[in-house]
Write a new protein. Sequence first.
Lengths: 394, 560
Amino acid sequence: MDAAAEGGEHGVALSQTGNDRLPLLANRTYRLAVAPVQDAAGLLLSNIGNEQLKWETTRRASVGLDLSLWHDRWQLSADVFWARTSDLVTRRQLADVAGMRYYWDNDGELTNRGFELSTSARIIEHKDWKLTFGATLGHYKNRIRELASGAFTTDVAGATILTSEGLPAGVFYGWQTRGVYADAGAATADGLGIISANGDKMAYGAGDVRFVDQNHDGIIDDHDRVVLGDPNPDIYGHFNLQLKWRRLALDGLFAYSLGVDAYNAMRQQLESGSSLFNQTTAMENRWMADGQVTDIPRATFGDPMGNSRASDRWIEDASYLKLRTLRLTYDLPLRISAIQGIKVWAAANNLFTLTRYLGADPEFSMSTAVLCQGVDAGLVPSSRSFQLGMKINL
Amino acid sequence: MKHYTLFILAGLLFLTACEDVFETDSDSVVIDNGARIEHPGDSLYSAMGILAQFQRLGERYVLLNELRGDLMTTTSAADKDLQDVANFTVEAGNAYVDRMDYYAVINNCNFALERMDTSIVDYQTKVMLPEYVAIRALRDWTYWQMALTFGRVRYVDRPLLSLESTLADYPDKTIDELAALIIDDLTPYLGTRHLDYGAVDGIQTNTLFVPLEPFLADLHLYLNHYAEAAQLYYDYIYAHQLTISEGYSNDWTTNTRTDASMNHTASYTGEMLFQMAYSSDAREYHPSLIRLAYNTVPGIEPAASFVSMMAERTYFFTPVNGQTIGAYLLSDLRGQAVNRSGRNFPAAYGQFSFQNNEKNLLINKFNDVAANVVGGYDPDNEAVASLTFIRQLPLLRTPHLYLRLAEALNRLGKPSMAFAVLKYGLTDETLADPQKVAPNETAAGETYVNFSWAHYSNGSNQNVGTARRGLGRGLPFDKEIYVIGEQPSLQDSILVVEDMIVDEMAAETAFEGNRFFDLLRVARHRNQWPAYAAGRVSRRFKDVPDAFNRLNDAEIWWIK
């Protein structure tokens, strides 16, 4: 068989783009309406504008290679990219004389490096039968290179996101756990506690979460927080198959993402055991009796010991393989000159998802903001749907 | 060419039709474009906006000034930051060190002051001037509270509207420098019409703005300018015809302490001259003073030394229309009354028992300014039957004026007249009686000793002594116990009366947020700061000598 590469292209691309999704009116000083009492409207300074604020700039370089083999039966392409985003838009603290806490500023640099591979092949190329296959695989690594004002945390729907030099953007920050104290003796042996608001040490007891005391000072506090997970996937992509028999075609599109951590903020609310909100059936396994071995702590109104705080209890592996679309198409045989062709099709979306993630859908997005990636705040998931359609080419 | 022309014309049309795309104005905020405040609505909105921020200072006003006094303390259930304030062990990370809320008021005031066009007139009336003065006074009052809290302020008198301006250096002012600066700043505006927008959300808006005369009088009093202070207090009292009414008294109804008539707590709002007001909507911001004070697990409580002092005072029982003392009973009823059966009648504080049947001594005063949502509940407070929140926080009442007038009169060498404010009330009859007020003290005829108004001779509105409200109807008839006594010199009389005024301020205005300022002023009058205040405040600590030694350091009193 003559397997010569018949065609190939390589390319280099350089680009510079701006991200103009600045916080609304961040560069303007403005007043907002307030009401000191009912029926009284007033105006209050609510933002000190930073007129030097500019958009984030991303400089990107990529090198690509495209190959086609065996009379274009098999195509391969590879892209490697490096991107550097500077002037990250971040919140910084104002001096107290401003009478406000924060302002928006450009501060910091982020790099993104990765590659994307894609392939497509016409496996069977017969008069009546055709089978094609396509796939992509992507990987990237981002790192925060510079933050002039130092590391900071952001609270997003109960999760704590750490932004720090040397780490990827959007990592989860919190406490590690090692199960639940089965009895008072186990808790006493550990000797751990928290400092309450009034300065007293409150010791953990039976049924409380066993937090990891990172600095071994006997107190579980902010100094014991560590990076818990990274919402950036290790690899991601999709693959598709199309099988055609004469006028009938069956297409399947699969999407996957591996190595992505998610913060299940919904479970944090529905398995906290701390409020009057409805709870999931998982709470039937909460600690209730001395000696009970479980990983769900006791229910305590108000959660004084912080058992439901931002910890690895809510971090899950959100890797998935999803059959995103399955479509059956039939090309109607027509002999009408005015119509080039009519296709009728039936499709099903999100037919099944293979994942260990306990939330409604591992493919979620709370918002497009970088710091919100990986936080599942319970927005409406992608649902299974069925469609029928017709396409008329005139 | 024709085609290109069409395209160019279309492009121009597109640009002109879509020019609003390039417009960055907003309908949801008011962008600062340097515009002047020239319309009545604009100045009103500025004033209301400032009040919305101003009300955030109320809780701090009460807590930081009372916990640095001798009347209130924290419990072990209080937030650690608050306990540190009460124990004078504040460190850098303490939440109460934050000045942002104060500067939020100041920056908004400076914004309005810079933009207001006070030259706009309607005939001969400068229409913007009342708002201008009211906002200026709010700013200066806020600065003064900062100085009383932190000991010094960074003084900024223009709005900070850019990043660069927030990073600039601004001068530091000590508390003494600030007092003089504010006097110079506001004195020219005395006589300006006081703002009054009528009633809004059930609140009389004229009480939301700083009354100039009393504020300036306080500053003069702080600087030991006694004559100026007395004159200003008097001017305000006279202009508003203010009296100390007997109607706000707590009295035993019998000489055997079986029952009591308790009306004094109503004076907390009934005699209010200046306040911070809060929305009737429970979802809006309100101070947490009720949750802190009146709770099954309170964070603040009356100091035991204060409760003891009040309990040990003599009550002079006289029946209605009586002319002699019928019985000598115990306790100043403005704290609480406990009858012979042990039943408690709360006033500023009292004994309360809840589901656990334990009796707790709780501050009751804030319940007088509370509103509640029937059917609602507060998960952090099992002591209240519904969601209860503060609607008003009085900052100045009629007794404050009279007692500070007494303080000034005393230091002007008129101790018996000052004492008359406490015991007899300033009336024609009192001033004419040499047994009550020494004639030499009124002989010079200063304006501020002239209480001979027809209004005050009217029996139904006659001034009474402030102490009568807690020490009984028979107090004016007493000649042995509640007296100045024979003193070796005028100076000794002044010191004795001053101590009685300080005790009377405690009894009459406890927990209202003025205690630290009261102690600070009197200590300065005596040139004994902080020793005088340390002597008083140390009494509420377990180890009194140790507390005195610690508190005898001036720097420890400031939150920093």
